[in-house]
Structure formats: C-alpha cells, structure tokens
Design a protein around this ligand. Structure first.
Ligand SMILES: Cc1cc2nc3c(=O)[nH]c(=O)nc-3n(C[C@H](O)[C@H](O)[C@H](O)COP(=O)(O)OP(=O)(O)OC[C@H]3O[C@@H](n4cnc5c(N)ncnc54)[C@H](O)[C@@H]3O)c2cc1C
Length: 293
C-alpha cells in the first residue's frame, strides 16, 4: 500500500480530510508510537496495519496549551510531555501528573511525544494515564459532526483499543483541580532507572479533612490492568480512616487482589502482586506527605 502524507494547517482542514478518508487515514502527532508501530507492521508483514494517509497534525496551531480557569485544568492534546512536566500550573496543581510526564522515555521522546498520543495509543503502561484516571479526567473529541465529551475511563475498550472514531481528533483532556489541601503521588517502576516503559506504576490522590481523616481517595495503578481504572475497594479501605499502617496495608493489598481478579494469574503475578502492593503503599504515604525513601 502506498503511503500518503498530509499536513493540515487548521483543525477544520484536518476534520474535513478525516471525514472524507476515515477508512484509510491515521493521525500522526509526535510519531513516537506511530513510527514504531509502522516499522513493526512492516517487519511482520501486516499490510492491513499500514495506513494510506498519514495526517500530521503538528502544524495545526492552538492544540498545545495548559489552561487553568474556574477550577478546571485543560491540556491541549498536542502538549508534549516536556511542556506538561515543566508547566507551572501542572507542577503546582497536580504535581503527580508532572512527575508522570517527566518519567516518560528520554528528553527526546518527551520533547516530541504528546499527551494526546499517549492517551489515544492506549497502552496499559502509558505513564499519563494513572494520574489522569485518578483525576477522573474527561476528553473532548472533535469531528465534522461536532464535539463529544467522554470520561477517560469510558474511552478505553482494551489494550491499545479505544472508542475514538476514525474521523475524530482528540482536542483536549480536562479535569477538575483537586482541593489545595489534597496530596498526590505517582510512582513508577521500570526495568531500569531511565528510558524505561513502566513495569508497574501507581497514582494516588488523597484528601484529609480537618479531623485528620482521609475524606477522598483515588487510586489508579498502571501496567497491571488491561486498561486504566480506579480501584474503589482500595479507596474504600482508606476513606474515613486517620492514616495508619493497617489501613494503608489493606488498601495496597486490594490493588494486588484487583490485578489478579481482572488479569488472572500469570507467570509474572508472583513478582507483580507483592510489588504493586509495595508501590501502592509507598505512593499512599507519599501522597500523605510521608516519603518512605
Ligand atoms: C524510546 C521510546 C520510549 C518511550 N517511553 C515511554 C514511557 O516511558 N512512557 C510512556 O507512557 N510512553 C513511552 N513511549 C511511548 C510514546 O512516546 C508516548 O505514548 C507518546 O505520548 C505518544 O505521543 P505521540 O505524540 O508521539 O503520538 P503518535 O505516535 O503520533 O500517535 C500515537 C497514537 O495516537 C493517535 N493520536 C495522536 N494524537 C492524536 C489526536 N490528537 N487525536 C486523535 N488521535 C491521536 C495516533 O493516530 C496514534 O494512534 C516511548 C516511546 C519510545 C519510542
């Protein structure tokens, strides 16, 4: 199949093109996932993996931004991991998202790779997804038919599969800023310190009320479930508790149990289960302001 390449200058032009070529086009943002996938499709001979039209959206202005207005943080789909990690708003309001974006790949990958690509690629190990899930983020998708907003958790159908239509563009991801009193943490474990895809990760967002009890909890692990999800049983183990070792231990065990419930017992479970529990425990204490390191 011959490859075509177009670089629209406006969102409207991109939407028009996608609507006319929806069966044989593919959006390209930073291309850090697309290029790898195209090369591996070529080497394994999966011709159907090859798109006809590559629609490069990097020239479209206005899709890279971080806005914070009326308590809502909005991040344009073309915002790179580097820009998110460096954003004063993100570092101040949701530092665990800055940490997650800072942990992606290498400086080169962070400079090209976008949050939109990270979301739409839908890898179970994508680093931005656990914090965005803990934040109950929503996505705005646009097409010639108009915009539609979906909850991040409803966007995924499985590993590398989403509900996005071929003529849709992810415009932005947005979420309510957590209370200023809340604490958060993102921890990632790779096979090595840098340039490592997550072997496991976890994002925790907690709020403690005036009486010292945990009033809100959101816990979202990465790389251990087929798609992003919050572990409500773990959150329930914390809510209403004055932070204590036993409650934190129970919550972390719930994350390991849920991983096994959803993904079954695999060759890696013997390693992953205790490690995801330990990682969750550390993340909870970190979100509570107690760094165990
Ligand atoms: C060496 C290396 C290391 C990496 N390390 C990590 C890591 O540590 N953590 C991690 O999470 N990821 C990692 N990645 C994966 C990748 O860099 C990220 O997923 C990145 O965020 C993808 O963004 P992109 O802009 O390059 O997406 P692209 O490759 O351009 O696109 C990815 C997918 O999203 C679609 N898409 C992109 N933007 C839009 C949009 N606005 N609307 C609709 N569809 C869209 C594309 O069609 C494609 O299906 C790594 C990749 C490499 C090559």
């Amino acid at each position: 199949m011959t490859l075509g390449f177009i670089r629209p200058e406006t969102v409207y032009e991109a939407m028009e093109f996608l609507s006319e070529h929806k069966d044989n086009s593919r959006i390209v943002a930073g291309a850090t996932d697309v290029m790898v996938q195209m090369r591996s499709a070529k080497s394994t001979g999966h011709a159907e993996e090859k798109p006809l039209w590559m629609v490069d959206i990097t020239n479209i202005p206005g899709l890279s931004y971080v806005n914070f207005e009326n308590g809502i943080v909005r991040i344009g789909a073309m915002t790179t991991h580097r820009d998110i990690a460096r954003s004063a708003v993100i570092r101040d309001v949701v530092p665990f998202l800055a940490d997650a974006c800072r942990s992606v790949g290498s400086p080169q990958i962070r400079t090209r790779g976008t949050i939109g690509g990270n979301i739409v690629n839908a890898s179970p190990a994508a680093d931005s997804l656990p914090p965005l899930t803990a934040l109950s983020a929503r996505l705005r998708l646009i097409s010639r038919k108009g915009p539609r907003d979906v909850a991040l958790e409803e966007f995924f159908k499985g590993p590398y599969r989403t509900i996005i239509e071929p003529d849709e563009i992810l415009e932005e991801v947005y979420f309510e800023a957590p209370e200023s009193s809340s604490g958060c943490a993102f921890l990632k474990l790779g096979r090595r310190e840098s340039l490592a895809i997550a072997r496991l990760s976890v994002a925790v967002l907690l709020d403690v009320d005036e009486s010292g009890k945990i009033s809100k909890a959101a816990i979202a692990p990465g790389a251990c479930l087929p798609m992003p999800a919050r572990i409500t049983s773990a959150e329930e183990a914390l809510i209403g508790e004055i932070p204590n070792e036993e409650a934190v231990h129970s919550a972390s065990l719930e994350v390991g149990e849920e991983m096994v419930r959803v993904s079954g017992v695999r060759w890696s479970t013997e390693y992953k289960k205790p490690v995801v529990c330990a990682l969750t425990k550390r993340a909870i204490w970190k979100a509570l302001g107690v760094d165990e390191d």
